[in-house]
Structures are given as C-alpha cells and as structure tokens.
Design a protein around this ligand. Sequence first.
Ligand SMILES: Cc1cc2nc3c(=O)[nH]c(=O)nc-3n(C[C@H](O)[C@H](O)[C@H](O)COP(=O)(O)OP(=O)(O)OC[C@H]3O[C@@H](n4cnc5c(N)ncnc54)[C@H](O)[C@@H]3O)c2cc1C
Length: 431
Amino acid sequence: MSCTDLLGQPQSTDVLVVGGGIVGVCTALYLRRMGVEVTLVEKDRLASGSSHGNAGLLVPSHSVPLAEPAAIRQGLRWMFNPASPFYIKPRLDRELASWLWRFWRAATPQRVHQVIPVLRDLHLSSRSLYADLTEEGLDFGYAKRGRVLLCETEQGFADACQEAEEVGEAGLLTERLDPAACREHLGGLDCQVVGGVYYPDDGHLEPAQCVAAIGKTARDEGATIIEGAEVLDWRFDGQRISDVWTTRGQFKPREVVIATGSWTPALTAALGLAVPIQPAKGYSVTIEAPTDTPQVPFMLTEARVGVTPLPGPDGTRRVRFAGTLELAGMDFSINQRRVDALTASVPRYLPSWKPQDFIVEEVWRGLRPCTPDGLPLLGRPQRWQNLVLAAGHAMIGISLGAVTGQKAAQLVTGATTEPHDLRLLDPDRFG
Ligand SMILES: Cc1cc2nc3c(=O)[nH]c(=O)nc-3n(C[C@H](O)[C@H](O)[C@H](O)COP(=O)(O)OP(=O)(O)OC[C@H]3O[C@@H](n4cnc5c(N)ncnc54)[C@H](O)[C@@H]3O)c2cc1C
C-alpha cells in the first residue's frame, strides 16, 4: 500500500499497529494469520528501539517479576553508584518518584507468588511460537539449549539457588551445578566460580534478525509495513480513535494497537491514559566469538551480565555481553564507564577471556520499557473502544514478544486469549 501525502485522502486500514519492535511485528504477523488487513507504522526502521541489540534470551526462568523483595534489597545497595549494574540518575521527577513508590508496593512475596505462573505460561508459549516459526523456515538463530548462571561468590550462589527453588516450585526445570559441572556446560571453557544453576527451559535467538525475519514474513503474507512513519497525533469520535496523524499521512483505522515500548507514555498522554513506563537503559557489547565460545548462553550472576552466543552474518559467530539497568529517562547517551564495567567483569569469571583481546563489532544501548510491577501492559484500556495496548515488557520483551503479538491479535479480533489469563496485565491497573 502506498502512503498518502499530508494533503491526500486518509488511508483506511483495518488495524494500525504503531511500533516496529518485536511486539509490533509479531502483532502484525498474527493479525495477518487471522485474516485481518493490517498496516504497521514505525517512526524509524524496524528494530531500531530496544529490540535490536539486546541479549536475545528466552527466559521462562525469569518468571519471577522484576518487582520482587530481593530487587529492593540489592537495588538500595547499588542505586546511586554510577558504575554498579543498577543506577538511578538522581533527579526531581514526579513520575519517577511515583514509579519507585509503586515498584516498592508491588515487590511483595504474595504478589510474586501470584505472578510467577502467569509469566511462566506466557514465556513457555512464546518460546513454542518461536520454535514453530523456525520450523516454518524463518532463520533467526533460535535454539533451546538452556542457560547457565555462573556465581563467583557464596552469597551469589545462595541467592541463585534460592531463586531456582522458587522457579522449580513453579514447575520449571532447574539444576544446581558445582564448578566442574559449570565447566562442562560451557564446553570445557575455564571458569572461576563457586557454583552455578542451569535452566534447561531457556532458549535464545538473534533479536534483530528475529524482528527482520518476522517483519518480512508479515509483509510476504500481506501486511503493509511503513518505516519512517511517526505517529504524531490522534483524532477522536466519542470513545473511538477515528484518525491517526503520522509523518507519512493520515490513517483511518478500525482498530489501533500501540506497541511503542519506552515511547508509549509520550503517545498515550494525548489519549488521556497515564501509562507508568520508565525507560531503563541497558548496554550491550558484541564481539567476534572467541574460538572457545560455548554453545549455551550464560550469566555472570553477581555482575548482572548476560553472555549470549549469536550467529553473525555469513556464517560467522558472535558473542554479546549485555547488562546494566539505569533509570535515567529517555536518555540515549552511551556512558563509557558503564560499558567498560560490563566487559571488565568478564575475566573475573572467565580468566582466559580478556577485554583487550576482544574484537568489538558493536556497542549498543537500548531502553527497556519498565512498568512498576514488572508486568507488561496488554489489553484494552476501558477509555477507548478500539485500542489495544501492548507495551512495558521491561527485560523480557523478546522472550514474550511472540506470545504478546498473538494475544494482541486475539484481543483485536475478539478471539479467546485462553489458556492465558491476562487479568494481571490489565492496562488500567494503575488507575
Ligand atoms: C541491554 C538489554 C538487554 C536485554 N535483554 C533481553 C533478553 O535477553 N531477553 C528479553 O526478552 N528481553 C531483553 N531485553 C528487553 C527487550 O529488548 C525489550 O523488552 C523489547 O525489545 C521491547 O520490545 P518492544 O517492541 O515493546 O519495544 P521496542 O523494540 O523499543 O520497539 C518500539 C518501537 O516503537 C517505535 N516508535 C516509538 N514511537 C513511535 C511513534 N510515535 N510512531 C511510530 N513508531 C514509534 C520505536 O522507534 C521502536 O522501534 C533487553 C533490553 C536491553 C536494553
């Protein structure tokens, strides 16, 4: 479909999806597969937001939400240290203060208990959907080889084992590892650890390749994808969004899906919706894979650094180090001190991997869209009859991307979202 110019007639489309990250492209694909006419608008290029350079981990093991009691304890120790894995840029900001207050309120054992099965089921369904897409022939480096947590301290190991117990109680597989078993899982790579945990249910993929492959498939199956089209404004007819103004013309959709990650509060303010998403900056450093790179992704637990083996172009291999969480607003700057802290932690665990030997291919930063209770917003806000929100996936948006797209498509079409219970994800839950 060609675009209108600003003076032309509005384009009518059945469903307009806003945002071309993992959530947006998956929504477009599953809508097409339900026979719906769909147009996706992306202000930049597909995967130009958080979905590009992240760690690509599919993590049923992350069914414990971000807002949990241990995060409060650890966060208080780290939060004002600019070189720590978690940092809050000190500033007077009412939204941030209210977000932190809600985070604190949500981080209770009872709530964590309630959330774990919901997230677990979504993660597992999403992983199956990626496996199905791979079976169909989409190539984005999907593999289910599990994930290893490496712990360098007794305290880190004890905390990891405690979390593994909670995850195990939720029915997911976990294995406690001694140092020899850690080495074995890493294909013999020497590691200096006191122990570790193995999560066999986890998987990984190359996130940018994944968005590109799903976007291309959606297009091949009839979706219209328009890059360089930024949504600027809305027009209304009663409780319906009637028109959407973009930099590439005006649209008259029957339904709208907003899948704009950290940019969501800026877009939804004009819809009278207060969406408490804080951007949490993270970094990744991608290098040419050393020859002894393990097949399995792993985590440097105390340093909070994820290490993912990924396919590069033309059969090459890469390794991506990803981590840090910095609440600093919509700030895209790269703080070299934090990037250095990320790679400096590697030889503490892997003595033979030295940052000075790394052949760096990309240093990247992205903003995780974080809600205060660690759960995405997925559903229809009551205020609008033709809007679905699908945002706020924090550090699990790749993992939940496929199932979120499928659920968003079901919400749009009125199909059942069973067997998943989306009540805890209600976009109106913050009032
Ligand atoms: C360092 C790091 C590591 C991570 N590791 C993992 C991991 O291992 N596993 C995992 O599951 N998750 C991980 N994440 C989180 C994951 O990257 C995000 O949760 C996920 O990418 C969010 O996807 P999204 O589609 O909601 O948002 P995004 O990918 O940010 O996409 C939103 C899109 O909306 C577009 N947009 C915004 N405003 C407009 C507008 N007005 N008009 C049109 N388009 C607009 C943006 O340009 C953007 O492309 C990580 C994140 C970081 C930063």
